[in-house]
Ligand binder design. Structure first.
Ligand SMILES: [Zn+2]
Length: 219
């Protein structure tokens, strides 16, 4: 599956970029590309973003920076999302049984002598994997709709022919996104966390937070 897509730059793209940039940029000063940030497929943790969550994340990710692997990050190389959209995967169905959608991010970088090689790497398709980090307010059971962990259903198990997974709802924040240069050293994918509820902090939330810290430590 392609994670980086080449897209032509339109005048409205340039306007969107200049709305974010500190200085007015011209078309030849920037390099743009599109990335596959996340989708509504049930993931390896038996969790997924329903389409409504993808729509909410689309808004949250505009303006967010993407970082590259350590070598590039150390030189301060970063790309920024200037536009996002939720796109349908025609004819494809998710493990949940509905149509497949994914969140497409349009990113730009300012062309400099320092990042010429990096752009060549992106063009060459070397940096394929994308990892994103975000927080959600709610996670619910796909079988009964209860708050995840509050019912007897276990994610990954099948009940009456239906797979149990958790729906990640009400995205609260989107953090950075990053290119994973060496997928073997770090799991590519989505880093999710539940925001702490205002009333009481459940064990589930603590586990989710602990997992986020673990994933962060792999950067
Ligand atoms: Zn349940």
């Amino acid at each position: 599956m392609e994670t980086i897509v080449k897209t032509p730059l339109t005048p409205s793209d340039l306007d969107a970029i200049n709305a974010l940039a500190k200085t007015q940029l011209t078309e030849d000063q920037i390099y743009t590309f599109a990335v596959r940030l996340c989708d509504n497929e049930v993931d390896r943790d038996y969790e997924r973003f329903p389409r409504a969550s993808l729509e909410a994340l689309a808004k949250l990710f505009v303006g967010k920076s993407g970082i590259f692997d350590h070598q590039w990050s150390a030189k301060g190389q970063a790309a920024r999302l200037y536009k996002t959209e939720v796109v349908e995967e025609p004819g494809q169905t998710t493990g949940a049984g509905d149509s497949a959608w994914w969140l497409k991010g349009y990113a730009y970088m300012v062309r400099t002598e320092a990042n010429r090689d990096l752009i060549a790497e992106i063009e060459g398709g070397i940096k394929k994997e994308i990892s994103v980090g975000c927080a959600v307010n709610r996670s619910t059971c796909s079988i009964c709709g209860s708050v995840a962990g509050s019912c007897g259903h276990r994610r990954g198990q099948v009940y009456d022919g239906q797979l149990c997974f958790f729906n990640l709802e009400e995205p609260a924040d989107a953090y950075e996104w990053s290119f994973v240069a060496v997928p073997a050293q770090r799991k590519a994918g989505v880093v999710k966390a539940l925001r702490q509820p205002q009333e009481d902090q459940t064990q589930f939330v603590q586990r989710a937070k602990a997992r986020l810290e673990l994933e962060k430590a792999r950067f």
